[in-house]
Design a protein around this ligand. Sequence first.
Ligand code: HAM
Length: 429
Amino acid sequence: MSKSLQAIRGMNDILPEQTPAWRYLESTLVNLLDGYGYKEIRLPIVEYTELFARGIGEGTDVVDKEMYTFRDRNEESLTLRPEGTAGCVRAVLEHGLAGGGQVQKLWYAGPMFRYEKPQKGRYRQFHQVGVEAFNLPGPDVDAELIVLTWRLWKKIGLADAVTLQLNSLGSSEARAAYRDALVAYLQERFDQLDEDSQRRMTTNPLRILDSKNEATQAVLVGAPTLGDYLDEESRQHFEGVKARLDAAGIAYQINHKLVRGLDYYNRTVFEWVTDKLGAQGTVCAGGRYDGLVSMLGGKATPGVGFAMGVERLVLLLETLELLPSDLNQAADVYICAFGEAAELAALTLAERLRDEVPGLRLLLNSGGGSFKSQFKKADKSGARYALILGDDELASRVVGCKPLRDDSEQQSVAWDALAEHLAACLQHA
Ligand code: HAM
């Protein structure tokens, strides 16, 4: 027998019982982004490899180890996007969206691809909602982005489940000076570092700060900190971000070791972290990248943004049982019809109700069946009312309207009064 085909490891189907939670999260966030004036941009999933190599940086894990890169039939090197910022900047440049200092506030959503070791909360195809703002150099927009995410946490009940880690990486010059100091310090203790960190000494020394290795962390205790190397302008910028977060009542922890895994950041970086998901606890992360646009060939243009991991947030909502209970309720009303004539009447009645009751979720029984079987289907659908239409109802132009979720009596409702009756019942429920 031939082996049955399976999805690729780390790339998941999102099944019908899961999609309502995804839609709940995504639509809540999208409504919020609308309210802050961010506009959607849709970007390709595949880009030239060079975009990520230049944008995210050679020497990062993402570029060196995790990209899905292939040659197309034209021998061009293409890559499935591992993140959205580089592609967004490419599009902004290509279409002149930030030309002449124009402010752009954008968001995108969709799958990203990284060849990582799959585990809970970490996948090879995962989904992000990302937000990017251009030509806003001040700390006000950094704070606005964090305030916006905070509003989302409050709206979906996660405010007590996440904490904000904050840092400033300073200017690229300050970062370079810090990097030299850190390398000098670690060079003297090279033998005490884990193998990965030893490798990073030449490729990306700041990432050593992130190491999970205990011996390396012990070495880092006495290391110089990034905060001591901040240039004056970055320091003031960071003070501006903190003052706004204080004003908005958002608590944060300054984490001098937070450097992020992508090279394009400067000044503000932040992560929202939870301790409820095990090792993969970062649910949202971002920061400022004032040098990225020019690095990709454009005029110097400030940029700042973040991305949320949709899988991790859905997992967190599930774990904490914070999803609204009616998410999987697919219908408000289920129409049962018995006999050919009643089925025809039910079809026209259903279409009339769809016209007259906006937003009504109505299931019309298909495939016939006995009273018992249709009723069973009505119950299973999660509908709140079954509408019953047989020969008697047809003759008197009424339907039996049976509440399915409480003990109240079945009522007989005239077809002409049905839309109004249902709208009222559904509103009161
Ligand atoms: P990132 O930290 O690489 O940043 O990813 C952002 C979020 O995507 C993470 O915090 C996490 O929730 C989710 N994520 C990342 N990798 C995986 C994975 N393998 N499986 C599941 N979820 C994952 C960026 O991508 C930046 N582009 C964010 C940004 C936007 N910075 C400025 N603008």
